[in-house]
Design a protein around this ligand. Sequence first.
Ligand code: NAD
Ligand code: MG
Length: 395
Amino acid sequence: MLKRRITVLGATGSIGASTAAVVEELLASGAAEIEVEALTGGRNVRALASITRRLRPKFVAVSEESLAGELRTLLEGVSVEIGAGPAALVEAASRPADWVMSAITGAAALEPTRAAIDRGASVALANKECLVCAGALLLEAARASGAKLLPVDSEHNAIFQVLGHPDRVEKMTLTASGGPFRKWSRERMASATPDEACLHPNWSMGRKISVDSATLMNKGLELIEASLLFSISEERVDVVIHPQSIIHSMVSYCDGSVLAQLGAPDMRVPISYALAWPDRAPVSAQRLDLAALGELTFESPDLDRFPALRLAREALRAGGAAPAILNAANETAVESFLAGRIGFLGIAGVVDEVLQSWEGSGLGAIAKSPSSFDEVRSIDAAARIAAREAVGRSR
Ligand code: NAD
Ligand code: MG
């Protein structure tokens, strides 16, 4: 019988909801005994109160101190400890859960994720931004503490599922749906709205990752994520557009065999795999009917229309601080796009400008890898300032 004591960081988001659905299904079917130690949420206290009532954690943390009172009122009569502010998010991750879902958006996940890694927990990584900005340091922390990192991003989870012979891998192929603008011209993309960018064809996700899927920066971040998680060099990771999102990624071996993981596009599958690992758990995700699907198609990504993917590959190749700069600039650019301050094409434009200015600025050689989490924080902060300036100039 599967037994877990779990914590969900980012419980009010899309991954948080899918995690809650898996937990509730396994509890209802009697397939698992799961205790919930802690939950965290950003600013949506109503959603946080509602998931707290459903999952009954011992501790719940909201990201902003000013929202603690409101959360307390909403949770009147529920026996749960309440915390607020950044330290409370870290406290949630530090509490003794043996499995921690990291599903806060962006580099904001770094401190709590690191706290879970440092105490040797199994960490289910949905968040990719903290790997992109501090990957080497997080992997080193996991080695030191014995923490197990379980990839939840569907592509990396697919690779994790089929990685039977890691020493015999020739290459890995990440599949990408192509996003909502797969067939759009640059001219049309120039006036795309945030709502159009967030209308993903196959997955329903938070707004930041949805925009990243529309620019293909998401696949770029995933290239960096794959290179770190599976210790594979940049030139051995391919990207192929696969609009149906049925094949979630592939590993090619030295004998010409290619192993892929297939399934309906439903995050409950990778989440349940990470939760039950090394076993599997019975989950009611939609079953595949290949004959009904009829065909699976593939095409090469167009780097002229989607320059963010090229920028991410260049950042991975450059190494050092480049991925952290790319990530912070992208987070700022996406926020600016969602707030209507720049157009859709401005996102990759801002990231490109920040990376280029960094190379020429002497702010710190781009090639130098951050040697501490403090250094990551200062690179991240400087790149956000540079990105805000680039946003200002582009208006
Ligand atoms: P979301 O926006 O739906 O949810 C994000 C969660 O993080 C919410 O609980 C929110 O309140 C919290 N949060 C946001 N900013 C915060 C901050 N500054 N401090 C504390 N909490 C904060 O996002 P999502 O789609 O669930 O994605 C979460 C992470 O998982 C992202 O890193 C994303 O790239 C990754 N991911 C998501 C999917 C998916 O299908 N949704 C797939 C693969 C990877
Ligand atoms: Mg993914």
